[in-house]
Each structure stands twice: as C-alpha cells, then as structure tokens.
Design a protein around this ligand. Structure first.
Ligand code: NAD
Length: 496
C-alpha cells in the first residue's frame, strides 16, 4: 500500500516524490506500507494551509469544536480493533497494549470534548468601582506536533485533541516508524468533520520534516515528545526565537520495594513496568530499588518470572514481550548491556538478542536484569529504552529515595509499601512528575497531568486540564463602565 500526506484536506504525495518503507519490527519481510519522504517544501504547504484554516477555526464555538472531537472518539472506538492490530504490526508491542494505546486516544477524545463546554477562565472583582474583570483562554495559531513511535495513537491524541479543542490548527509530523497509525488518526479526524486545513499530516524524518516544522516562522508553538537530545535542540531554537515549546522527554524511572511490601504484587508490578512495551516506554521501570531485607526473596521470584516471559509476534495471544522497534534500537540495547558488564554489574537474566524460530526475522531482545548495580554506573543513570532493568539495594527509606532521586530525569516513580507514613513521605520527597503507590511506574490516566521534572521536560504538562495551558494564551480583560478615566493603583478607593 502506498500512503500520502494530508494537506489542506487532500491526500497528496511529497513534492520531491521521494518515499520510505515501513516494515514490521517482528518480521522485516513484512512491508506495512510506503510513505512520502517529505521535505521543507511540503512543510511550507502544510503550514500555509493550517494558517489559513486557523482564521475560521478559531471562531467556531468551542462546544462545536468539541462535537467534532467527540465524533472522532466514537470513530476511534468503532475502529479500535483494526487500528490496534495495525499498530502491533507496525511497531511490535503486544495487542493487549496496542488496544490500551488506542483506548487512551478514545479516552482523550471524550475528555477533551467535555472540556469544550468548560475551557474556564476566571471572573474576578475589580479594584475600582463600575469595572469588570475576567481572564479568558485564546488559541495560539498553527501548532507543530512532533511525536515518537512508542505510543503512536495515545501521544498524538494527547496533543492534537486539546490543540484543536482550544481553537488551534495543526501540522502533525509523526515518527517515521509509525506513520500508519498517525494516518488512521488523521483519516478519522477528517471523517469526523474537521474542516480542511485544520489538521495536516506530513510524513518524513526528523531532519527532513521535524526541523523545518520547528523552525518555520509561522508555526507559533511546538509540542514535542521524544528524546532529551532532540528536545534540547528544539529548546535551544525556542530560546533564540521565544517560540512556545512544550517538551516531554526521557525518563529513568525507579520502583522502590520496601521491607513491608506485598512482594507478590511488587514482582508483578516490576515485570509489567520493566518489560511492558519491551521496556520502550518513557515511564518504563529501569531501576528497581530493593530494601536489603527483602532483596533476595524478591529477586529469586522476579528472575525466575523474567526467564519465563515469552517473546514473539505481538499479534500472537501467547506473547508477553514483542520486538524492539528497529535494528538500531537493538544495537543500542546490546551496547548498554556490554557497558553494564564492563562496569561490573552482575548479569542475572537475558543479555542477548533473541533469534529463535520466527523471531529470527525481527528485532527481539531477551528481557535482561542486572544485579549489584551501583547508582553511579551508566546503566543506572542513562535512559536505555529497552528491556533492561538494574537492581540496586537500599538499607532504609531515605537511602532508597536518595538513590531514586540521583538521576537527571524525573518522570515516573513507584513505591511498594503497606505503611502509610512511608508512602506519604515518598510522595513528598520523590523528585518526579508521577508517583505510584503499590502500582508500577506505568499506567497514567488521561485526566491527570502527565510529565516530569528535571531533564524530562521544560515544565509543561500534557493531559488533564494542565494541557490547556500549553495550547492557549491567557488574556486578561478589563471593562470599565464608569464612564470616566479610572487609574488602577492610583485612584485608590478609600473607605471612610
Ligand atoms: P526521537 O527524539 O528520536 O524522535 C521523536 C520525534 O522527533 C520523531 O518524530 C522524530 O522523527 C522527530 N525528530 C528527530 N530529530 C528531530 C529534530 N532534529 N527536529 C525535530 N524533530 C525531530 O525519539 P524516539 O526515539 O522516537 O522516542 C523515544 C524517546 O521518546 C525516549 O527518549 C522516550 O523517553 C521519549 N518519550 C517521552 C515521553 C514523555 O511523555 N515524556 C513519551 C514517549 C517517549
């Protein structure tokens, strides 16, 4: 199948006519489709269309904009199974998870649609008589949306639905590993009745499409989710131009297991947190910090369970762990495993590519566990983004939190304990955007803010109502109905 860009309501190829192939990571012989390898000239066309469409879209009442997003949610719900199957073929994670990814898009649609009848500002008293004061949210303009491949439906919808709801228009550049899921989302938005030019889709690489989109002078806002290295480049550009930039970047998330924890539950959580999506989640559990009193007991069960995880095609219902996204990603994982060994960590499970049976044509890697990891080692500090977890040991809650916080990232975190004092101390002291108690580091819900501290981002949040602050500008409005010039702070009302 050959697919196209979507610009100004039409499906068209790239101007250069160049193309790229999208192949399944579970079987590189399976071609998913051929997509346009677009360039700056295609970005120009998309931005021009979005700019034109913005003029009308911003004037559509928010509840009416919301109806279109609600319809998109309904259409997503109808196509959930087909989209999820295509997503598994395209990026590898197991069907149960791609269904969850699509469901997150549906939930986001309904949540954003509900916001159409709120989008609250504030009315406040004024300090002068016969004067009215309020604040209102206003759209920003053309938004450049750049997304990664690991949540190819959920992450774009976190950005695109609120952006549209707030009255912005969008140019969407999805990851080139997951162009099909992106295309399905845009098809659905068009079918739901979004006017031409309000959403535009441009396929291609980071340098060919991403950079020109970020640097386009008529793109007023960039919302980016991806690696910290690319995020830094985009932030640097934002620093020069003062363009609004919202960044959701990497993580090095940890799960603490205290000595009073329910160990069975903690093992289940660690397995899901570390190896769900083959460890390729920004919120994946990359470090497990065990209280020394339960360490041996936890590890003996955990390692045995890790070794029993079944690798395979994500469409097969018996598969626990799918492939990595690409050959490059597998090389990166192998590189980190070699680093861990050299640093002196003890490899206790996995540590090799998995090439048995049908898996030999895909980018599979054994679920891997390192024990005896020191917090200063690179495998304890750097984001690996694969099925590799490091085990560290702590003698107390304060030491566990200190180890957890010894990271340049601060996205997600978890603590297993049955002691309410321990849980509340951890909630207070852990430096992260998300803390779970008795749950793994993964599993965010769409009506709460999502994002992290430190190098995980630049202070913005997605999801919840917090995302509205990304996609709107505040305007303060003063209406003086006194019929005379009243000077704020100068004409002080004095009460006799
Ligand atoms: P990536 O940074 O390589 O790519 C992300 C997107 O940016 C892709 O669409 C890519 O084509 C584009 N891009 C690449 N170079 C660019 C450039 N110079 N200018 C503009 N765009 C460019 O990341 P990835 O490998 O797709 O995703 C994995 C990373 O994403 C991990 O670091 C992970 O932690 C992070 N992530 C973060 C979150 C979060 O919400 N915090 C969620 C998912 C993934």
């Amino acid at each position: 199948m050959e697919y196209k860009n979507f610009i100004n309501g039409e499906w068209i190829g790239s101007k250069s006519k160049q193309k790229f192939e999208n192949r399944s990571p579970a079987n590189w012989e399976e071609l998913i489709g051929v997509f346009p390898r677009s360039g700056p000239e295609d970005v120009d066309d998309a931005v021009a269309a979005a700019e034109q469409a913005f003029k009308k879209w911003r004037l559509v009442p928010a509840p009416k904009r919301a109806e279109i997003i609600f319809r998109a949610g309904e259409l997503l719900r109808k196509s959930k199974e087909e989209i999820s199957r295509d997503m598994t073929r395209e990026m590898g994670k197991v069907l149960q998870e791609t269904r969850g990814d699509t469901q997150e898009g549906i939930d986001t649609a309904y949540y954003a649609a509900g916001e159409g009848r709120r989008l609250f500002g504030e009315t406040t008293p004024a300090e002068l008589p016969n004067k009215f004061a309020m604040s209102i949210r206003q759209p920003i303009g053309v938004c450049g949306i750049i997304s990664p491949w690991n949540f190819p439906m959920a992450i774009p919808t976190w950005k695109i639905f609120p952006a549209l709801l707030c009255g912005n228009s969008v140019v969407f550049k999805p990851a080139s590993d997951t162009p099909l899921t992106a295309l399905k989302l845009v098809e659905i938005l068009a079918e739901a009745g979004l006017p031409s030019g309000v959403i535009n889709l441009v396929h291609g690489t980071g340098s060919g499409v991403g950079t020109p989109l970020v640097e386009h002078p008529r793109v007023k806002l960039v919302s980016f989710t991806g690696s910290s290295s690319v995020g830094r480049q985009i932030a640097a550009f934002g620093g020069k131009t003062l363009k609004r930039i919202s960044l959701e970047l990497g993580g090095k998330n940890a799960q603490i297991v205290m000595d009073d924890a329910n160990l069975e539950l903690a093992v289940e959580g660690a397995l899901w947190g570390a190896f769900g999506t083959t460890g390729q989640r920004c919120t994946a559990t990359s470090r497990i910090i065990l209280h020394e009193k339960i360490k041996e007991k936890f590890l003996s069960v955990f390692i045995e369970r890790v070794k029993r995880l079944r690798l395979g095609n994500g469409l097969d219902s018996s598969t626990d762990v799918g492939p990595l996204i690409s050959e490059g990603q597998r090389e990166q994982i192998q590189g980190y495993v070699e680093i861990g060994k050299k640093e002196g960590a003890k490899l206790v499970a996995g540590g090799r590519p998995f090439e048995e049976g049908e898996c030999k044509k895909g980018w599979f890697y054994e679920p891997t566990v390192f024990d005896e990891v020191d917090q200063k080692m690179r495998i304890a500090q750097e984001e690996i983004f694969g099925p590799v977890v490091s085990v560290l040991t702590a003698r107390s809650l304060s030491e566990a939190i200190e180890i957890l916080n010894d990271s340049s990232y601060g996205l997600s975190s978890s603590i297993y304990t049955n002691n309410v004092n321990v849980a509340l101390t951890a909630i207070r002291d852990i430096e992260a955007g998300i803390t779970y108690v008795n749950g793994p580091t993964i599993g965010a819900e769409v009506h709460l803010p999502f994002g992290g501290v430190k190098d995980t981002g630049n202070g913005h949040r997605e999801s919840g109502t917090a995302v509205l602050d990304v996609f709107t500008e505040w305007k303060s409005v003063y209406i003086d109905y006194s019929g005379k010039l009243q000077k704020a702070q100068i004409d002080n009302v004095v009460i006799q």
